[in-house]
Design a protein around this ligand. Structure first.
Ligand code: GDP
Ligand code: MG
Length: 163
Protein backbone atom coordinates (compact mmCIF):
# COMPACT_ATOMS: atom_id res chain seq x y z
CA UNK A 1 0.00 0.00 0.00
CA UNK A 2 1.42 3.35 -1.08
CA UNK A 3 1.89 6.24 1.37
CA UNK A 4 -0.95 8.69 1.02
CA UNK A 5 -0.69 12.48 0.71
CA UNK A 6 -3.80 14.70 0.75
CA UNK A 7 -3.72 18.15 -0.87
CA UNK A 8 -6.07 20.55 0.94
CA UNK A 9 -6.87 24.24 0.83
CA UNK A 10 -9.53 26.73 -0.13
CA UNK A 11 -10.65 27.11 -3.76
CA UNK A 12 -8.22 28.54 -6.31
CA UNK A 13 -4.98 28.15 -4.35
CA UNK A 14 -3.59 25.71 -6.93
CA UNK A 15 -4.39 22.26 -5.49
CA UNK A 16 -5.32 20.72 -8.82
CA UNK A 17 -2.35 22.34 -10.56
CA UNK A 18 -0.03 20.73 -8.01
CA UNK A 19 -1.89 17.44 -8.26
CA UNK A 20 -1.55 17.43 -12.04
CA UNK A 21 2.14 18.28 -11.80
CA UNK A 22 2.77 15.44 -9.35
CA UNK A 23 0.59 12.84 -10.99
CA UNK A 24 0.81 13.85 -14.64
CA UNK A 25 -1.06 11.43 -16.83
CA UNK A 26 -0.93 8.53 -14.43
CA UNK A 27 -4.33 9.42 -13.05
CA UNK A 28 -5.80 6.46 -11.25
CA UNK A 29 -8.94 5.54 -9.44
CA UNK A 30 -11.21 8.25 -10.72
CA UNK A 31 -14.59 7.35 -9.40
CA UNK A 32 -17.27 8.03 -11.98
CA UNK A 33 -20.15 8.32 -9.55
CA UNK A 34 -21.61 11.83 -9.89
CA UNK A 35 -19.89 14.33 -7.61
CA UNK A 36 -17.24 11.94 -6.46
CA UNK A 37 -14.58 12.90 -9.01
CA UNK A 38 -15.07 16.47 -7.93
CA UNK A 39 -14.73 15.65 -4.27
CA UNK A 40 -11.67 13.55 -4.55
CA UNK A 41 -9.22 12.62 -7.28
CA UNK A 42 -6.43 10.17 -6.63
CA UNK A 43 -3.30 9.41 -8.58
CA UNK A 44 0.15 7.93 -8.14
CA UNK A 45 3.29 10.02 -8.14
CA UNK A 46 7.01 9.29 -8.13
CA UNK A 47 9.42 11.90 -6.85
CA UNK A 48 13.13 11.32 -6.26
CA UNK A 49 12.56 7.57 -6.45
CA UNK A 50 9.74 7.44 -3.92
CA UNK A 51 6.26 6.30 -4.91
CA UNK A 52 3.22 7.71 -3.18
CA UNK A 53 -0.44 8.32 -3.82
CA UNK A 54 -1.86 11.84 -3.95
CA UNK A 55 -5.44 12.90 -3.24
CA UNK A 56 -6.74 16.18 -4.67
CA UNK A 57 -9.56 17.28 -2.40
CA UNK A 58 -12.22 19.84 -3.22
CA UNK A 59 -14.13 19.81 0.02
CA UNK A 60 -14.03 23.55 0.53
CA UNK A 61 -14.98 24.45 -3.00
CA UNK A 62 -18.75 24.61 -2.91
CA UNK A 63 -20.55 27.75 -1.88
CA UNK A 64 -23.89 26.06 -1.35
CA UNK A 65 -24.52 26.45 2.40
CA UNK A 66 -26.56 23.35 3.11
CA UNK A 67 -26.39 20.41 0.80
CA UNK A 68 -23.25 19.29 -1.03
CA UNK A 69 -20.60 21.05 1.06
CA UNK A 70 -21.32 19.09 4.17
CA UNK A 71 -20.70 15.87 2.34
CA UNK A 72 -17.69 17.29 0.52
CA UNK A 73 -16.13 18.58 3.70
CA UNK A 74 -16.71 15.19 5.22
CA UNK A 75 -14.80 13.68 2.29
CA UNK A 76 -11.93 16.13 2.71
CA UNK A 77 -11.76 15.41 6.41
CA UNK A 78 -11.80 11.67 5.71
CA UNK A 79 -8.99 12.09 3.17
CA UNK A 80 -6.82 13.98 5.68
CA UNK A 81 -7.49 11.46 8.44
CA UNK A 82 -6.60 8.62 6.11
CA UNK A 83 -3.47 10.33 4.79
CA UNK A 84 0.08 9.94 6.08
CA UNK A 85 0.58 13.66 5.52
CA UNK A 86 -1.46 16.66 4.38
CA UNK A 87 -0.19 19.35 2.03
CA UNK A 88 -1.99 22.55 2.96
CA UNK A 89 -1.82 25.13 0.20
CA UNK A 90 -2.34 28.84 0.55
CA UNK A 91 -2.10 31.47 -2.20
CA UNK A 92 0.96 33.59 -1.43
CA UNK A 93 -0.18 36.27 -3.90
CA UNK A 94 -3.63 36.65 -2.39
CA UNK A 95 -2.45 36.48 1.23
CA UNK A 96 -4.40 34.81 4.01
CA UNK A 97 -8.19 34.71 4.05
CA UNK A 98 -10.65 33.75 6.80
CA UNK A 99 -11.19 30.41 5.06
CA UNK A 100 -7.44 29.68 5.16
CA UNK A 101 -7.55 30.39 8.88
CA UNK A 102 -10.57 28.15 9.36
CA UNK A 103 -8.92 25.27 7.52
CA UNK A 104 -5.68 25.82 9.46
CA UNK A 105 -7.56 25.73 12.77
CA UNK A 106 -9.15 22.45 11.78
CA UNK A 107 -5.83 20.97 10.59
CA UNK A 108 -4.14 21.93 13.86
CA UNK A 109 -6.78 19.89 15.69
CA UNK A 110 -6.04 16.79 13.59
CA UNK A 111 -3.17 14.37 14.17
CA UNK A 112 -2.11 14.05 10.50
CA UNK A 113 1.21 15.86 9.93
CA UNK A 114 0.73 19.05 7.90
CA UNK A 115 3.18 20.63 5.49
CA UNK A 116 2.27 24.23 4.74
CA UNK A 117 2.92 25.27 1.15
CA UNK A 118 2.73 28.90 0.04
CA UNK A 119 1.85 28.48 -3.62
CA UNK A 120 2.05 31.07 -6.43
CA UNK A 121 5.28 32.27 -4.84
CA UNK A 122 7.16 32.67 -8.10
CA UNK A 123 8.69 36.12 -8.46
CA UNK A 124 8.36 38.81 -5.83
CA UNK A 125 4.58 39.06 -5.63
CA UNK A 126 4.32 36.20 -3.14
CA UNK A 127 6.94 37.31 -0.63
CA UNK A 128 4.62 38.97 1.89
CA UNK A 129 2.10 36.12 1.63
CA UNK A 130 4.82 33.62 2.49
CA UNK A 131 5.77 35.60 5.61
CA UNK A 132 2.13 36.15 6.57
CA UNK A 133 1.40 32.42 6.49
CA UNK A 134 3.67 31.77 9.50
CA UNK A 135 0.71 33.08 11.48
CA UNK A 136 -1.29 29.95 10.67
CA UNK A 137 0.62 28.11 13.37
CA UNK A 138 1.55 25.21 11.11
CA UNK A 139 5.28 25.77 11.05
CA UNK A 140 7.50 26.86 8.20
CA UNK A 141 5.70 27.76 4.97
CA UNK A 142 7.42 26.28 1.94
CA UNK A 143 7.37 28.78 -0.95
CA UNK A 144 6.49 27.09 -4.21
CA UNK A 145 4.94 27.51 -7.61
CA UNK A 146 2.87 24.60 -8.82
CA UNK A 147 2.45 26.29 -12.17
CA UNK A 148 6.14 26.92 -12.76
CA UNK A 149 7.41 23.84 -10.97
CA UNK A 150 9.42 25.80 -8.40
CA UNK A 151 9.87 24.53 -4.87
CA UNK A 152 8.31 21.14 -5.53
CA UNK A 153 11.48 19.26 -4.58
CA UNK A 154 11.84 21.37 -1.41
CA UNK A 155 8.23 20.59 -0.58
CA UNK A 156 8.93 16.93 -1.11
CA UNK A 157 11.94 17.06 1.24
CA UNK A 158 9.61 18.30 4.00
CA UNK A 159 7.08 15.63 3.15
CA UNK A 160 9.51 12.75 2.99
CA UNK A 161 9.84 12.06 6.74
CA UNK A 162 6.14 11.21 6.87
CA UNK A 163 5.79 8.98 3.84
P1 GDP B 1 -7.65 24.71 -6.89
O1 GDP B 1 -9.00 25.31 -6.94
O2 GDP B 1 -7.03 24.86 -5.53
O3 GDP B 1 -7.60 23.30 -7.38
O4 GDP B 1 -6.72 25.60 -7.85
P2 GDP B 1 -6.29 25.35 -9.38
O5 GDP B 1 -5.21 24.33 -9.46
O6 GDP B 1 -7.51 25.08 -10.18
O7 GDP B 1 -5.65 26.76 -9.76
C1 GDP B 1 -6.39 27.96 -9.63
C2 GDP B 1 -5.74 29.04 -10.47
O8 GDP B 1 -4.46 29.37 -9.96
C3 GDP B 1 -5.52 28.60 -11.92
O9 GDP B 1 -5.79 29.70 -12.75
C4 GDP B 1 -4.04 28.25 -11.96
O10 GDP B 1 -3.49 28.41 -13.24
C5 GDP B 1 -3.48 29.24 -10.96
N1 GDP B 1 -2.22 28.75 -10.36
C6 GDP B 1 -1.97 27.51 -9.85
N2 GDP B 1 -0.71 27.43 -9.42
C7 GDP B 1 -0.14 28.63 -9.63
C8 GDP B 1 1.18 29.17 -9.39
O11 GDP B 1 2.08 28.50 -8.89
N3 GDP B 1 1.37 30.48 -9.71
C9 GDP B 1 0.39 31.25 -10.28
N4 GDP B 1 0.70 32.52 -10.57
N5 GDP B 1 -0.84 30.77 -10.54
C10 GDP B 1 -1.11 29.48 -10.22
MG1 MG C 1 -9.15 21.98 -7.91
Amino acid sequence: KLPLVAIVGRPNVGKSTLFNRLVGRKLALVDDRPGVTRDRREGDATLLGLDFRVIDTAGYEDEDPVTLPGRMRTQTMAAVREADAALFLIDARAGLTPLDEEIARWLRSETTPVILAANKAEGKAGESGVLESWALGLGEPIPMSAEHGEGVVDLFEHLRPYI
